[in-house]
Design a protein around this ligand. Structure first.
Ligand SMILES: [Zn+2]
Length: 142
C-alpha cells in the first residue's frame, strides 16, 4: 500500500496519477468491471467497493479526429489550420475506452491512420510549477 491507493476515485486523483505518468483507474471489487477514468460507484452493479488498478497502457485506436480549429489553449500552443493535431478514442486492452491526444501520427494526412492499430500510452507534461499539468496521450506501438 502507498499513499496513492488512498486517493478518492475522482478526476482530480486521475490527473494526479497522470502527473506521475501512471494510468490509473478503478476496479469494482463486486463484479470486476474496470473503469477509466476511475468511478466511485460501479455503473454496472452500483457497488461502491472500488480499488485502484494500474492499466497496462496498451490499446487500439477506436476513432480519431484531426483538429484544425483548436480550443484556445491548443491555439496558444501553436496548433491550428496549418498545424493540426489529433484527438482520438483508444480502446484499452482491459476494455474501457478513453479519449486522448494522439502522437506520432500525421494529423495532416489522416488517410494513413488505421482504426484498430496498436497504441501505447504516453504523457505530455506542460507548464511549470503550480501550472504544471499532464495530458494523456497515445502513440503507435513500435
Ligand atoms: Zn461492479
Amino acid at each position: 500500500m502507498n499513499e496513492t491507493t488512498m486517493l478518492p476515485f475522482t478526476h482530480a486523483s486521475f490527473q494526479q496519477h497522470l502527473s506521475a505518468h501512471r494510468l490509473m483507474g478503478s476496479r469494482c471489487a463486486a463484479c470486476g468491471a474496470m473503469h477509466l477514468p476511475p468511478r466511485a460507484i460501479c455503473p454496472a452493479c452500483r457497488s461502491a467497493q472500488m480499488t485502484w488498478v494500474e492499466f497496462s497502457g496498451r490499446g487500439r485506436l477506436a476513432g480519431f479526429t484531426s483538429v484544425f480549429i483548436p480550443p484556445t489553449v491548443m491555439a496558444q500552443a501553436g496548433y491550428g489550420r496549418e498545424n493540426p493535431y489529433l484527438s482520438g478514442v483508444v480502446e484499452l486492452e482491459e476494455g474501457p475506452k478513453i479519449s486522448a491526444r494522439l502522437l506520432g501520427l500525421d494529423a495532416a494526412h489522416p488517410e494513413g491512420i488505421s482504426i484498430g492499430q496498436p497504441l501505447v500510452v504516453d504523457f505530455i507534461d506542460q507548464g511549470d510549477g503550480e501550472k504544471r499539468s499532464t495530458v494523456l496521450a497515445f502513440r503507435p506501438l513500435s
